[in-house]
Design a protein around this ligand. Structure first.
Ligand code: GAL
Ligand code: MG
Length: 941
């Protein structure tokens, strides 16, 4: 009978948690690639698998069978057709009845054969990640059991293996008692999702060691702490020291080159014992909280961070080394300098690469119990449930212990995190104590609030030396944190700027505040990549609910700053802009360029463009220093390149005066509901029922209705406010004219915008004036006071044109999409493109493709053109608002039926309200306003 270990939270037979390293033989050539070690044998690749609906169905002698089907390791079983896909954010996908394990617990018998040469040495097997727990059998004998999905589990199998062919059987269960501690916002996958390998080692070998670094003046001190029972020889900086068992020794590096994300310099360390060599790269650095500040190598650096999950659209959790490297390279190219391994440790290979490429890592323990707040008892109750429940103490502590022990020797780890959204209680307190006892790096934990339990005032009494929040507004940070005289700890946002869909808006406000004081450490955008699944029919990305699961959280997993296949969106570039290492300031015709880095010089090429002429200059700006350049009068664009890739940019543009509108005489004639206005070359039919232009005849062509538009296809960040828009029937609101008059060659309408059964949402006056080739529509509007919602999506006009109108020319913030609170990354200039490319694709279709502050926009079919001026934003899209709103997936968008030209008096900003604040003040459609937009019809210019 299988022992019911899965009903508890203890591993059985695993070796004590130790730092990650791979031993080599002396005969091996020196390498940092573990595949080059003759002591390392990968067990990744082809395995067999037999699924069982329930662990209770697994026969006692299951390991005597060979698996039925093929499976690759690492992988997630759901991608092989087993079980089902399910995405939930915070809700447990099983009844909340701790510590009981869900009664339906699928099991997967994995098996394979492997060759072994025993030769008097020891053999270990290592699993770097299995969700959620597993039993291991070698040659039919039970070796042990492990859990904690993202820990490294190692077993000594020396007594189980023989020379030649051996059989390995692993029984993986979907759930175990620890599943209450692994309720991260993710797809709920199962399987051996990280690498498995054998290590062949001498009988007496190093077990563990710790490397600590300090800075002493210009020198670096590197301490090697031998945590093994064998003596080792450590070579560092040309010097070899012999370090006895359980002893410690120090190396001094004169004029040390320090490690930082900006200067990821690593020294080689070679650790030898018996016939074993470990190559361990060492970054010398100090990470600490001192005098109320977070200091890295003594400097109050900022985290330009992102939260990263393991996710690949076609592999789920089973990301490869190459996938991780792609992420790292893309992050670096977007000026990211810090990663939070949300909400569990990453693969050790990820840390290795962060050391090498330079990223600060907040290494988070595999812990989240979020679902307890949705389980029925309410927040306060929940916060005291698992965090105080003795049943979970051992596991909550062990999760932090594994995190620290495995990753302690990586220079990139600047901070430990106890986990995410698990509340605070005696269990977390023990975990904090365990971390502090092992390592002196600062500790992060967010899920702790100013509340009192019994005699303990947890918030200030926690012992945490940093303060962390998620999604707080800049105002909150000022009022509740900076203005709190009692608060002396440095502050960070472990999550902010929820990057779901079109957005994030509002980065400017966060970064102006973060840069204003050393007490703010910066933040980590939620999150790095969309979790869109590619599996099954169709070739688009899927999200929660697409696999028929009952309980799911829809597209809340599509909230990355890059797409599932790692394509950039406007928000990625906006992040890159606010994360850029250079600051550009213009005063008259002097441009000051400052290197914000603390450690690395900026060596590259600055390109200044003025009046169409580009001027290039090689620069080398030392850390925290500036150079000053001369500009001439007029607009200027500065771009900074390193190795041909743009790193930073800024633009200084002044507003252009609007083109003069010269009014023409008009003739009017009423035909039924149409007031026909003749002016210059054109004829306009004004609909006296609605106050809109019903059609235009100009230059031999006929154009359709120019409709008043107060909607946008809701963006994900509209998910809450749209409930107010829907309740107010905004979708059904239409312009209704109360009356009109012709006055001095203008036609003036008093209109309301109203839905059946409700009082008008808007009262407005529309004034139409006409010039030789166009019409100007001035609006003066006010949102009705009794409509209590915060703001309108937008207010403007939309004209549907034939799809042959595909050529677009404009001068605005482009060529990416831009909005009032997300445009600084873009360059204002003249662009020509195709309307079909103007819709920027999101996994779930939504408003997109707008351009902020245009001087003009012109769409044409190559001959005839419609030009708009005077708007604060516009878009020319191949889809209508309704088409975008009605499609749940990108691949469901209909066949293009036209060109939709929208010119907005105002378009609301984006904000980050999917999980965070609405657009900040000043970025939303005002509830009263007056402005004018001109439409011109004629030949293409
Ligand atoms: C946070 C949580 C993240 C994620 C985010 C919403 O509360 O820590 O894991 O769920 O909300 O996308
Ligand atoms: Mg959560």
């Amino acid at each position: 009978m299988l022992k019911p270990y899965y009903k508890d939270t203890k591993s059985v037979g695993t070796t004590p948690a130790r730092s990650y390293y791979i031993p080599f033989s002396r005969a091996d050539k020196k390498s940092y690639d573990r595949e080059d070690s003759s002591r390392f044998t990968s067990l990744c690749g082809a395995w067999k698998i037999t699924p069982y609906e329930s662990v209770l169905d697994v026969p006692d002698d299951f390991y005597n069978n060979d698996g039925a089907d093929d499976i690759a390791v690492p992988s997630c079983v759901q991608y092989y057709g087993y079980d089902y896909f399910q995405y939930t954010n915070d809700r447990f996908p099983f009844p909340y009845d701790p510590p009981r394990v869900p009664e339906r617990n699928p099991a997967y018998h994995y098996s394979r054969y492997f060759d072994c040469k025993v030769g008097g040495e020891k053999t270990y097997i290592v699993f770097e990640g299995v969700d959620s727990c597993f039993y291991i059998f070698v040659n039919g004998k039970a070796v042990g059991y492990s859990q904690i999905s993202h820990r490294i589990s190692e077993f000594d199998i020396t007594d189980y293996v023989k020379d030649g062919k051996n059989k390995l059987d692993v029984l993986v269960l979907k759930w175990n008692m620890g599943s209450y501690l692994e309720d991260q916002d993710k797809w709920r996958f199962t399987g051996i999702f990280r690498d498995v390998y054998l290590l062949r080692r001498p009988q007496n070998h190093i077990t563990d060691y710790k490397i600590e670094t300090r800075i002493h003046g210009a020198d670096g001190i590197v301490a090697f702490i031998n945590k093994s029972d064998v003596q080792v020889a450590v070579t560092f900086g040309g010097e070899t020291q012999s370090v006895p068992a359980r002893a410690q020794s120090e190396f001094t590096v004169k004029n040390a080159r320090l490690w930082s994300a900006e200067t990821p310099f690593l020294y080689d360390m070679v650790i030898q014992s018996d016939d074993e060599v470990i190559y361990n790269r060492v970054g010398i650095r100090v990470t600490e909280v001192k005098d109320g500040l977070y200091l890295f190598n003594g400097k109050p650096i900022k985290f330009y961070g992102v939260n990263r999950h393991d996710f690949h659209p076609e592999k789920g959790y089973a990301v490869s080394r190459e996938d991780m490297l792609t992420d790292i390279e893309l992050m670096k190219s977007l000026n990211v300098n810090a990663v939070r391994t949300s909400h569990y440790p990453s693969s050790p290979l990820f840390y290795e690469m962060c050391d090498e490429y330079g990223l600060y890592v907040m290494s988070e323990a595999d812990l989240e119990s979020h679902g307890f707040v949705k389980s029925d008892g309410g927040y306060d109750w929940a916060m005291q449930a698992i965090p105080q429940d003795k049943n979970f103490e051992q596991s909550i502590v062990e999760r932090s212990v594994c995190n620290v022990e495995e990753h302690k020797n990586f220079a990139c780890v600047v901070m430990w995190s106890l986990g995410n959204e698990s509340g605070w209680g005696a269990n977390e307190k023990r975990a904090l104590e365990a971390v502090v006892a092992r390592d002196d790096r600062p500790v992060h934990y967010e899920s702790i609030y100013p509340y009192v339990v019994g005699d303990e005032e947890y918030y200030n009494g926690s012992g945490l030396k940093t303060v962390s929040r998620m999604y707080s507004t800049p105002d909150w940070i000022v009022n509740e944190y900076l203005n709190d005289a009692k608060e002396t700890r440095p502050f960070m946002l472990c999550e902010y700027a929820h990057a779901m869909g079109n957005g994030p808006g509002g980065l400017k406000e966060y970064w102006e505040l973060f840069e204003s004081t050393d007490r703010l450490m910066g933040g980590f955008i939620w999150e790095w990549a969309d979790h869109g699944v590619k599996y099954g029919a169709g070739d688009g990305f899927k999200y929660g609910g697409d696999f028929g699961e009952n309980l799911h959280d829809g597209n809340f997993c599509i909230d990355g700053i890059v797409s599932p296949d790692r394509q950039f969106k406007a928000g990625s570039l906006q992040m890159k802009y606010y994360y850029q290492p250079l600051k550009f300031e213009r005063a008259d015709n002097k441009l000051t360029v400052t290197n914000k880095n603390f450690f690395g010089a900026q060596t590259g090429e600055l390109v200044i463009t003025q009046n169409g002429k580009a001027q290039k200059r090689g620069v080398c700006i030392p850390p925290r220093e500036s150079i000053v350049m001369d500009l001439t009068d007029g607009d200027a664009t500065a771009q900074y390149y390193v190795g041909g890739a743009e790193v930073a940019r800024a633009q200084f543009v002044s507003d252009k005066p609007r083109a003069k509108f010269v009014c023409e005489k008009i003739k009017t004639e009423l035909h039924g509901h149409a007031l026909i206005v003749t002016s210059g070359d054109n004829e306009y039919r004004l609909d006296v029922q609605s106050g809109e232009v019903e059609s235009v005849r100009a230059g031999g062509a006929e154009y359709g209705r120019i409709s008043l538009n107060i909607l946008r296809a809701p963006i994900d960040n509209d998910m809450y406010i749209r409930q107010k828009w829907d309740a107010r029937y905004l979708k059904f609101a239409r312009p209704c004219a109360r009356g009109y008059r012709v006055e001095k060659d203008s036609v003036i309408f008093d209109i309301i915008v109203a839905a059946d059964s409700l009082v008008p949402v808007i009262d407005a006056t529309l004034t139409y004036s006409f010039c030789k080739s166009g019409v100007r529509v001035a609006i003066d509007y006010k949102v009705n006071d009794v409509t209590k919602f915060e703001f309108l999506p937008r207010i403007g006009w939309t004209l549907k044109l034939d799809r042959s109108y595909d050529k677009l020319k404009y001068n605005a913030y482009g060529d990416g999409e831009t909005y009032s609170d997300m445009y600084e990354y873009a360059i204002k200039g003249e662009y020509e493109c195709s309307v079909k490319d103007e819709y920027k694709h999101y996994v779930k279709p939504q408003e997109s493709g707008s351009h902020y502050l245009p001087d003009y926009a012109e769409v044409s079919d190559g001959k005839r053109a419609v030009r708009v001026e005077g708007m604060t934003s516009f878009s020319a899209l191949p889809y209508s608002t309704a088409q975008l709103e009605n499609a749940a997936h990108d691949y469901e968008l209909p066949e293009r039926d036209g060109t939709y030209l929208s010119a907005d008096y105002y378009m609301s900003g984006l904000g980050t309200n999917a999980c965070g604040p609405l657009p900040f003040d000043g970025y939303v459609t005002p509830n009263a306003g007056a402005d004018a937009i001109c439409f011109y019809f004629g030949e293409k210019r």
